[in-house]
Design a protein around this ligand. Structure first.
Ligand SMILES: NC(=O)c1ccc[n+]([C@@H]2O[C@H](COP(=O)([O-])OP(=O)(O)OC[C@H]3O[C@@H](n4cnc5c(N)ncnc54)[C@H](O)[C@@H]3O)[C@@H](O)[C@H]2O)c1
Length: 256
């Protein structure tokens, strides 16, 4: 098992990529702290894993919540080997800078970028004391390339790529690796965007799926498992010599 005896903390583990990663980490031998703002979804993930998981309710944009989140994982299992800063949102509708409200800008940056800072801010002292640790941050293809009408999202994910590289540099001498993952469009968009598309019209989700799949070199959209497999690689010793990287998981989308 690739994560035997490791303790992992996954934010946004109640749904999508976070849930798939929590399940995969557990199957590979890790004990998993399942952190999410949505208690119902988070507890469902814990039920799917069983005894080697427990739930922590957290808003990743809150200093005190993220501090409590890390403390809870360490109190439970005495250490923290892997932090997957995965939680993130996309606004229900794509908006250009002029169309973006201050509130939507602040919320997107607070969850997607400040959330990564805060999780890392509280986990790093624990990992430094252990003299080992792995941090995986969730960025996006949109953090490397511009996407029409995704002003706040692109800015937040670009920030995650940059913060990843910066942290990788500062903490390499502490034997802590920091990488990020840049998925292309997933079969299912994030929860808010998914709900919005469903309200828009009954076929909107399918239309989006067909459109993106047609344009993708590998001819399909990304699945949560595609991303979970990348996270497992970055979490495991197989990536021991990799830090500061932004791993694209996009079916070749960005090369077109
Ligand atoms: N779906 C895509 O197409 C796509 C593409 C590239 C990157 N991503 C990124 O991958 C990550 C996961 O996306 P997903 O598709 O699995 O989304 P999702 O909406 O299915 O899951 C996100 C989870 O994060 C939780 N969450 C939201 N706000 C939170 C907060 N403030 N504190 C704690 N938890 C919170 C939600 O409750 C949910 O369980 C996000 O960072 C997203 O930006 C998604």
């Amino acid at each position: 098992m690739r994560l035997a005896d490791r303790v992992a903390l996954v934010t946004g583990a109640g749904s999508g990529i976070g849930r798939e990663s929590a399940l995969l980490f557990a199957r590979e031998g890790a004990r998993v702290a399942v952190a999410d703002i949505n208690e119902k979804l988070g507890r469902e993930t814990v039920a799917l894993i069983g005894k080697s998981a427990f739930f922590i309710k957290v808003d990743v944009s809150s200093w005190s919540d993220t501090q409590r989140m890390v403390q809870a994982a360490v109190e439970r299992w005495d250490r923290l080997d892997i932090l997957f800063n995965n939680a993130g949102i996309d606004l229900p509708q794509a908006t250009t800078v002029v169309e973006t409200t201050e509130e939507d800008w602040d919320r997107t940056l607070a969850i997607n970028l400040t959330g990564v800072f805060l999780g890392s801010r509280h986990a790093l002292p624990v990992m430094m004391a252990q003299r080992s640790g792995v941090i995986i941050n969730m960025a996006s293809r949109a953090g490397l390339a511009a996407t029409p009408g995704e002003a706040a999202y692109c800015a937040s994910k670009g920030g995650v790529v940059s913060l990843t590289r910066q942290m990788a540099l500062d903490y390499a001498s502490h034997n802590i690796r920091v990488n990020c993952i840049c998925p292309g469009a997933l079969e299912k968009p994030t929860l808010d965007r998914h709900q919005f598309l469903q309200q828009l019209s009954s076929g909107a989700v399918e239309q989006r799926k067909e459109k993106f799949a047609r344009l993708n070199p590998l001819g399909r959209l990304c699945t949560p498992m595609d991303v979970a497999n990348a996270a497992l690689f970055l979490a495991s010793d197989e990536s021991a010599y990799i830090t500061g990287t932004a791993l694209l998981v996009d079916g070749g989308d960005l090369i077109t």
